[in-house]
Design a binder for this molecule. Structure first.
Ligand code: AHR
Length: 493
């Protein structure tokens, strides 16, 4: 198969916010308990309760931001139950995910995990079953330098300096598990919560970044209509994009299912486009509104409540991730953060654990291949490739790409995918407004079968390998094997 890629270095799309490659960790299944946290008495190596292997793997990945504590869990979470000495923690019941919640892992443990990983925290408040006062107290606990009750509580718990948490979600899926609200009701609650939380902007240089929970289409339009012009109360507007319910599991699926999953990125693109249009329109009133996709990824039927939403993760998931992240990169002008669901042992995880063992999934490696896009300038990258009609009738391009140029302008970064299961692709790359010097380096992720995955016995079955690329000048050719992804870092002359 042959395809063409034209990268135009004079057509800049915007800065790719590093938070584009964030993740999400909820109190659900074994994501927090067992995944991030094992407790100080565990035989699994830990730093005062935090797992060493998973936190350092996330640090290596340069994970930029982590959303917590939910998800549906957030709108039934009371942060005060999870702070203070061990014997004062108040156990509860994890309503949505049907398990005991010991509250051993709370705000201070989460913020310590973020500091160990080197990522920013993104905290979701409880709108569905909480109060404005409770949410405001949480912001105060995390950020206030004054002598207030909640700031004293933080100090008493051993943290004299404010944490400076910038990103705050005002509820989660409030159209569903977050209170079954109409857009009008949610806009009412949002305005109320955000009025007081916005007033805490002074606790942080640059202010807080407040995120509203959206859905799609008419719901979103109605929400904005009922904001009654109070648009300064939000900085981000979030949508959730889950796909894959048609395949029984991550490793059992037909070839048709493979192409259908790749086709889902076209549907995601449409949802992102529509949300971006809406936010552009409402930004014309003077306050910039950004898109956030704070939950997304594959969700197969094998991931159900009794299994703690656990699912395996195959090369197919990695190829889907590359195509989705490429699509997100193309929206970097308005899309400032995404958070894949969910980090460890839940849904499309980057890490899986079993006792004290850990594996990096193919999705982990997909994220690895995007690290050089962080903070770079997105460039127009047009692909001209054959398509395949998926079972949903969509013409799915067989080759996908995104491009960026490093902040100092000396490196071109390309992330490419060939989703064809049996044919390699010869890709003719042409550069406009840039010229490649020799010495490109590449990372290739592929495996004989798209169902291949990493297990605790074979943790490195699917892993990228370095590849020498002969790139040079304004035009060059690259060959991509079937079912593969390639990231390239190309020095520019
Ligand atoms: O990620 C699992 C669940 O999916 C989240 O708790 C919820 O927000 C979404 O419906």
């Amino acid at each position: 198969m042959e395809a063409k890629l034209r990268v135009n270095a004079t057509q800049k799309l915007g800065t790719i916010n590093p938070n584009m490659y964030g993740n999400f960790a909820e109190h659900l299944g074994r994501c927090i308990y067992g995944g991030l946290w094992v407790g100080p008495k565990s035989t699994t190596p830990n730093d005062n309760g935090l797992r060493l292997d998973t936190t350092s793997a996330l640090r290596d990945l340069k994970l930029p931001i982590l959303r917590w504590p939910g998800g549906c869990f957030a709108d039934n979470y009371h942060w005060q139950w999870g702070v203070g000495p061990e014997d004062q923690r108040r156990p509860g019941h994890n309503l949505w995910w049907d398990r005991p919640e010991p509250n051993e892992f709370g705000t201070d443990e989460f913020l310590r995990a973020c500091s160990t990983i080197g990522c920013a925290p993104y905290v979701c408040t409880n709108v569905g079953s909480g109060t404005v006062e409770e949410a405001l107290g949480w912001v105060e606990y995390c950020n206030s330098a004054q002598d207030t009750y909640n700031a004293r509580l933080r100090r008493d718990n051993g943290h004299s300096a404010p944490y400076g948490v910038r990103y705050w979600g005002i509820g989660n899926e409030n159209y569903g598990c977050g209170g079954n609200m109409t857009p009008e009701q949610y806009a009412f609650e949002y305005r109320k919560y955000a009025t007081y939380i916005r007033a805490m902007d002074a606790t942080l240089d640059g202010g807080l970044f407040l995120v509203a929970a959206g859905l799609f289409g008419d719901y979103n339009a109605e929400f904005f209509r009922h904001m009654n012009g109070a648009l300064h109360l939000l900085d981000g507007f979030s949508i959730h994009l889950y796909v894959g319910g048609f395949s029984p599991s991550a490793t059992t699926f037909s070839d048709d299912d493979h192409y259908r999953l790749m086709g889902e990125v076209l549907g995601m693109n449409e949802a992102v486009d529509r949300a971006c249009h809406l936010l552009r329109y409402y930004s014309t009133f003077g306050h910039r509104l950004n898109l956030v996709v704070d939950e997304w990824g594959t969700w197969y039927p094998e991931a159900n409540v009794p299994s703690g939403l656990y699912q395996q993760n195959a090369l197919r998931d990695a190829l889907y991730t590359v195509c989705a992240l490429n699509m997100f990169n193309r929206h970097c002008e308005r899309l400032v953060m995404t958070n894949m669901a969910q980090t460890i042992n839940v849904l499309q995880s980057v890490l899986l654990t079993q006792g004290s063992q850990m594996v990096r999934t193919p999705t982990y490696w997909a994220y690895w291949m995007f690290r050089d896009h962080m903070g770079a300038t997105g460039l127009a990258a047009d692909v001209d490739a054959p398509t395949i009609k998926d079972v949903a009738g969509r013409e799915v391009p067989l080759v996908d790409a995104s491009a960026s140029v490093s902040p100092d302008g000396d490196k071109l970064v390309l992330t490419l995918a060939n989703i064809h299961l049996t044919e390699e692709v010869t890709l003719e790359v042409s550069l406009v407004g840039a010229s490649a010097a020799t010495g490109a380096t590449g990372l290739l992720l592929t495996s004989p079968d798209v169902r291949d995955h990493n297990t605790f016995d074979a943790p490195d079955a699917v892993k990228p390998r370095e590849m020498e690329i002969l790139a040079g000048g304004e035009a060059f050719t690259i060959t991509l094997p079937p079912a593969s992804a390639l990231s390239l870092s190309i020095p520019l002359c």
